[in-house]
Design a protein around this ligand. Structure first.
Ligand code: ZN
Length: 136
């Protein structure tokens, strides 16, 4: 399975870019606000994968609460799957705990869903549907 991206929760994208852009020399590939998830997202290319910086829109969001509880740092790992709906049905039939249980629109308008850390060895796992032909 390909790792599409690794999500990192940060208090301030601007401050974090001081490290990623200023020190590592990585250039951001895109920035967008995802109201649904309460975050501003910046994608930083890393070979075929990306680092996804997540800055909460407010303290009262999932990522805002995560930072308040655990501080900045690794938030989730995102794997690419061929058919997200099919994969979610499979995970549900195996009794895994999912955050929503159905696909939602994530960064770049792609379909995503999350597996709860309690079903994935303590790591929040995001699944994203593979791009179809003609998309991005
Ligand atoms: Zn993500």
């Amino acid at each position: 399975m390909k790792i599409d991206h690794i999500g990192i929760a940060v208090k301030s994208i601007e401050d974090s870019l001081g490290f990623y852009e200023g020190v590592l020399g990585v250039e951001q590939a895109g920035r967008e606000v995802i109201e649904d998830q309460g975050v501003t997202v910046v994608l930083l290319p890393a070979d075929e994968s990306r680092i996804e910086l997540l800055e909460p829109l407010s303290e009262d969001t999932v990522v805002g609460k995560f930072i308040a509880r655990r501080g900045e740092g690794l938030h989730h790992v995102c794997y690419e799957v061929d058919d997200l709906t099919k994969k979610l049905d499979d995970l549900k039939s195996r009794g895994l705990r999912l955050l929503d249980g159905y696909p939602r629109r994530g960064a770049e308008g792609r379909l995503v869903a999350f597996v709860h850390p309690s079903s994935a060895g303590g790591v929040l796992v995001e699944l994203v549907e593979k791009r179809t032909e003609g998309e991005g």
